[in-house]
Design a protein around this ligand. Structure first.
Ligand code: OAD
Length: 292
């Protein structure tokens, strides 16, 4: 791995930790959740090491017997729709500095720059459609009585695929929030007028996105915790497992007794938590889980 990539990884880890210490994307908050849900940390079971076919059969039979399923998704599931990830070879945080674009301080310093970046992302995402992995997750919602989708993605593609029982824990790029009156409204303008103003009070609008150092909505955390705590199966798709609290969600489900299934093109720091891993593209693998 080239040195520049290593050092950017180190930069990101520092950023993540700093944000955690400020209090929000945080191991800290995860610990609070985990303390409520567990009494003692458990030893992670080794991932299933059978061939993909056998692993798939095992996952299908586990799903067939499951009453309650929680799915956690990250940028990898939308990568198959053409939305760039954050930390892959062409990831956004390899090209841009998160602290210049995705922090409340950045917005305070230069709201125009931040809006220009979000306009660029809106323009890109507006051309993308859900892929078979998004569709399969939407089908799961119809198949399982107790189902919850937790997504870190802000692109809205899960909603476009028909998912309704979901928490978009990092916000949604198609919503804006007033920095004065705090009202949240949908806005699908592409491009959005810079600088956009609130129609109710005239205040400056910002993207309804959770930035580094900010708190996730309490309602999202509560719904996510409840779903994770009661899952028989927790499916983790296309996330690097580096950003808290989502990075700790698999552990919460595991400690509550769920079978953890990870789908990713790569291994992640959370792979050792998984009872079964499928390595490959989300668009190829997630639909296979539902086949008889
Ligand atoms: P990352 O970019 O950190 O990780 C994407 C993950 O998807 C990696 O583990 C890849 O190996 C995997 N991946 C890539 N393509 C895939 C494919 N076709 N099929 C399956 N897996 C694939 O994205 P996230 O984990 O989502 O936060 O990042 C978490 C948060 O960090 C984001 O929500 C964002 C970012 O900063 C905010 O914007 C607040």
């Amino acid at each position: 791995m080239p040195h520049s990539l290593r050092s950017k990884d180190a930069y990101y880890s520092r950023l993540s930790l700093r944000a955690a210490s400020i209090g929000l994307i945080s191991p800290h908050r995860h610990n609070l959740l985990a303390c409520r849900l567990t009494t003692q940390p458990q030893q992670a079971a080794p991932p299933t090491t059978m061939g993909t076919g056998s692993t798939l059969q095992l996952i299908r039979s586990t799903l067939a017997a499951a009453r309650s399923v929680t799915v956690l998704t990250g940028a990898g599931i939308s990568a198959d729709s053409g939305v760039p990830t954050f930390r892959g070879a062409d990831g956004l945080w390899r090209q841009y500095r998160a602290e210049d674009l995705a922090t409340p301080e950045a917005f305070e310093r230069d709201p125009r720059l931040v809006w220009e970046w979000y306009n660029w992302r809106r323009e890109l995402i507006a051309t993308k459609r859900p892929n078979p992995a998004h569709d399969a997750v939407a089908s799961m919602e119809r198949r399982f009585e107790h189902f919850w989708l937790i997504t870190q993605n802000v692109d809205g593609l899960h909603r476009d695929a028909g998912s309704r029982r979901l928490s978009e824990i990092h916000g949604n790029i198609w919503k804006v929030r007033c920095t004065d009156c705090r009202c949240i409204v949908e806005n699908r303008d592409v491009p959005i007028a810079i600088l956009p103003l609130c129609q109710s009070c005239g205040g400056l609008l910002r993207p309804h996105i959770v930035w580094f150092g900010e708190s996730l909505a309490a309602e999202d955390l509560e719904k996510s915790a409840a779903a994770l705590q009661s899952s028989d199966v927790c499916l983790i798709v296309g996330t690097s497992g580096l950003v808290y609290p989502a990075a700790g969600f698999g552990a919460i489900a595991k400690q509550a007794g769920a079978c953890i299934v990870e789908i990713n093109i790569d291994s992640t720091p959370r792979s050792n938590l998984a009872d079964a891993t499928l390595q490959g593209r989300a668009r190829d693998l997630v639909p296979l889980l539902l086949e008889a």
